[in-house]
Design a protein around this ligand. Sequence first.
Ligand code: IMP
Ligand code: MG
Length: 177
Amino acid sequence: MRSEVKLSVLFTSEQIAAAVSRLAAEIRRDYLGKNPILIAVLKGSFVFLADLIRQLNLPLEIEFAQLSSYGRGRESAGKIKVVQDVRSDIKGRHVLVIEDIIDTGFTAAFFLDYLGKKKPASLKLCSLTDKPSRTQVKVNIDYLGLTVPDKFIVGYGIDWDERFRYLPDICAIEDEG
Ligand code: IMP
Ligand code: MG
């Protein structure tokens, strides 16, 4: 039996929607006429991606990639691997990586470096959330939605060991005991 977990709302669905609208306006302004490829990092960014593209109102393409960073539990495994790679050729294309959260920065730093070797015309990062208290590798977040405190968050696509992705709000897991 899994023990009870206490959650507290950090950002309501309305606050998230406002952040997504702001990001969409910024991205639309910068990518108009560029037919960008948005590469969403699975699984955590899928809800964000779905909301974002419907506000972009911009010709674009979608790709997915899956990276392994965290194993089970809440601590980074440290080593990052490409589990599912991008299928289309990104050489010469304008690429925007869509992330759910930048925690230590290892995953995003690795993936940007990996994609950079494929010679895109441009390469930028959009993340729904950032946890600056946990930074170990500095990555430039070109489009940032929300800054979160030093807590483990779930909801709006973001999970803890596959749990709580379905929550409409972004919640923090409160330490038990
Ligand atoms: P990083 O490599 O430490 O930046 O970790 C990035 C990845 O770890 C994210 O894409 C998430 O999958 C996961 N992660 C980091 N912090 C959290 C959190 O608070 N909640 C859920 N997943 C997280
Ligand atoms: Mg992720």
